[in-house]
Design a protein around this ligand. Structure first.
Ligand SMILES: [Zn+2]
Length: 252
């Protein structure tokens, strides 16, 4: 593992009610969110391997014992979202949750990059797939729980958490909705550039925009992407309108 240099940053948190909090335990270009309900938590996405120390320390700041971290939910299986899954499973004994469509990618340690949604990202996607496969590979992990549709995490002790399939970036992309208020969406949305939520990579753009409609139809008022900053419902609605027109889509 490469050593990482980082500034000590305050962990950004969202308090949904006194018993439910979301903590951004890895931030910057890659986001990981720790969702705590009463005394138990789940982690959503892991960031890059070089950031494991920071991720680990930030999780430890928010929990009292490692057994409080019950599960790791992977919004999809690209390297930058699950490179630390193997170590988290080893260090915390978490159950790993992923879409049934991506369990094989996870257990092989490689998920192909999606197609680019612009000329540059499309070139990089093709180039990366051919030349940089090793760079996009990670330590394989066997999933413990597979998601094949909309699902509540009641059985794990988290009735406040619901998983929604939000395909398009990849076939098995999922979002986690916390207490019907905030959605953690992986790469279904991106917020690096002001006013744009459109990711540079997506296997199926119409499917992706259909997933935005699914998210807009929830009661959520805020969307936390895998990269960049939070997105308001208004901003998502504006982008939804823009991209349905741009791609000539008629989504009911
Ligand atoms: Zn991705």
């Amino acid at each position: 593992m490469q050593p990482e240099t980082f500034k000590v940053m305050k962990i950004k948190s969202w308090l949904i009610d006194k018993n439910i909090q979301i903590h951004q335990v890895y931030s910057g270009f890659y986001n990981s969110f720790l969702v705590c309900v009463n005394n138990n938590c789940v982690l959503i996405d892991t960031g890059r391997e070089a950031g494991y120390k920071r991720l680990y320390q930030n999780i430890i700041k928010k929990i009292n014992t490692s057994s409080q971290l019950k599960a790791l939910i992977l919004t999809h299986t690209h390297f930058d979202h699950c490179e630390n899954a193997f170590r988290l499973k080893k260090d915390f004994g978490v159950k790993v949750i992923v879409s049934t469509f991506e369990a094989n990618y996870l257990s092989s340690g490689y998920c192909p990059l999606p197609k680019g949604t612009n000329k540059i990202s499309d070139f990089l996607s093709g180039f990366g797939h051919r030349i940089l496969k090793n760079y996009f590979s990670y330590q394989p992990v066997k999933a413990d729980i597979l998601i094949s549709g909309k699902q509540n995490l009641n059985k794990l002790g988290f009735p406040e958490l619901e998983i929604f399939p939000t395909p398009g970036h990849t076939k098995g992309s999922i979002s986690v909705i916390v207490n019907k208020k905030i959605a953690i969406v992986g790469d279904a949305l991106l917020r690096i550039i002001q006013n744009s939520t459109f990711p540079p990579y997506a296997d199926d753009v119409p499917e992706l925009i259909k997933s935005w409609k699914v998210l807009l139809n929830t009661d959520c008022t805020m969307f936390l992407p895998g990269h960049g900053f939070e997105i308001s419902k208004d901003e998502l609605a504006k982008n939804y309108k823009k991209y349905t027109i741009k791609y000539g889509l008629h989504i009911i």
